[in-house]
Design a protein around this ligand. Structure first.
Ligand SMILES: Cc1ncc(COP(=O)(O)O)c(C=O)c1O
Length: 399
């Protein structure tokens, strides 16, 4: 089947819950994908940062193949030889105690919410049923019914209620808004993206993360960092929290943890927090399966050298400098850190989707987030010539 026929089939028989770019990918390697007709495109989206190491990184593929020849799924009814080492290696990478593996990012966030509530009742002493989790306005944490309950995006919410209670929103990047909300003794956690990805790569003011973490500590509230998109090298450090020397009380990871091969997410935390869970209170049939963990362990080993974080820092500085210095008239603001940028156009130049279509014609996959922002997230292993070629196309279509 050619691309047109495959797109038509998908349109006729699949649910219309996405609005994909009109390209049908058949294979991929590194920073490049190839469509059904054999045309190559540079990938500046990296599956929303799940492909931080590029497509089919040889080390990750080798880890998966090796594990496929041993055991792929056990469920947690028995132990596997991958679970203990995965937990130890991941916890050590981020300087924390304990790990609970799940599959998708949204499941990781759900897990963090459950753990925070249980900690609130069992450790902090919040009255039964009264726990409040603070979230930030314009957050994106996934698509489950509980998570969309505290979204303020009508597209994510409308017609999916009734919603889960127990959440309250504060202004993102505004420490006073957080401090005021922390006055409520029933608050158990502040769930926040250290950089808001889907909102448009919104970087909070310098010092916000460390002040927010300190304010939470003073109020006996858990600082829960959702680094599903911002973590694992994307911003030039292992975690975006590292930029401000913050160790969260609860950390949620996903996307790149599965090396672009398998869905792997994890909640990483301290003994006194994750330790509140008892057998039977949480789980997942596929969570912590040996295939996922073998790939995740290789991801952790690759990040442990610091090489990818450094690459992201260096190439990211170059990318952001070019976007700033060569921004055409249409650009309102360039935001970002490491190899992650949000290029926001002025209102009169929105929507940006037609520009994504022009980029695609020129051989670049880049996607909008909301109507005004192009999100750039090239794989961290991209070489400088490819990076520059992609930036040239971005600047051209914005011109
Ligand atoms: C910050 C953040 N949290 C959670 C999620 C949800 O991850 P998943 O799509 O794997 O459920 C995303 C996805 O984009 C995200 O950006």
């Amino acid at each position: 089947m050619d691309s047109a026929a495959l797109r038509q089939l998908e349109d006729e028989r699949g649910a219309h819950n996405y609005h994909p770019l009109p390209v049908v990918v058949a294979s991929a390697e590194g920073a490049w994908v190839t469509d059904v007709e054999g045309r190559r495109y540079l990938d500046f989206l990296s599956a929303y940062s799940a492909l931080n190491f590029g497509h089919r990184h040889p080390r990750l593929v080798a880890a998966a193949i090796d594990q496929l020849g041993k055991v792929t799924l056990t469920s947690r009814a028995v132990h596997s030889d991958q679970l203990g080492p995965f937990c130890e290696e991941l916890a050590d990478l981020v300087g924390m105690d304990r790990v609970l593996p799940m599959n998708t990012g949204a499941e990781g966030v759900e897990t963090a919410i459950k753990v925070s509530r249980a900690w609130g009742y069992r450790v902090k002493g919040v009255p039964p049923g009264e726990a409040v989790v603070l979230v930030a306005r314009h957050n994106f944490h996934g698509r489950t019914t509980t998570i969309i309950s505290f979204s303020d995006d009508p597209v994510a919410r409308d017609d999916f209620g009734p919603f889960t209670p127990g959440f309250r929103a504060v202004s993102y990047g505004d420490i006073e808004s957080l401090r005021a909300a922390l006055a409520d003794p029933n608050v158990v956690a502040f769930l926040v993206e250290p950089i808001q990805g889907e909102a448009g790569v919104i970087v909070p003011p310098p010092g916000y993360l460390s002040e927010a973490a300190a304010a939470c500590r003073a109020a006996d509230v858990l600082f829960v960092a959702d680094e599903v998109q911002s973590g694992l090298g994307r911003t030039g450090a292992t975690l975006t929290c590292d930029w401000e020397g913050v160790t969260p009380d609860v950390l949620v990871l996903g996307k790149a943890l599965g090396g672009g091969i398998v869905p792997v997410s994890a909640v990483v935390s301290r003994d006194d927090v994750l330790g509140v869970l008892e057998p039977g209170q949480h789980g997942s049939t596929f969570g912590g399966n040996p295939l996922a963990l073998a790939v995740g362990r290789e991801v952790v080993a690759m990040l442990a050298t610091g090489e990818y974080q450094q690459r992201s820092r260096e190439l990211g500085t170059h990318m952001l400098a070019r976007l700033h210095n060569e921004a055409p008239e249409s650009v309102e603001q360039v935001r970002g850190r490491g190899l992650w940028a949000g290029v926001q156009v002025k209102a009169e130049f929105a929507p940006v989707r037609p520009r994504c279509l022009r980029a695609l014609e020129a051989g670049l996959i880049v996607k909008e987030t909301h109507d005004t922002t192009l999100r750039l997230a090239p794989p961290l292993m991209i070489d400088e010539a490819d990076l520059d070629a992609g930036i040239d196309i971005v600047l051209d279509v914005l011109g």
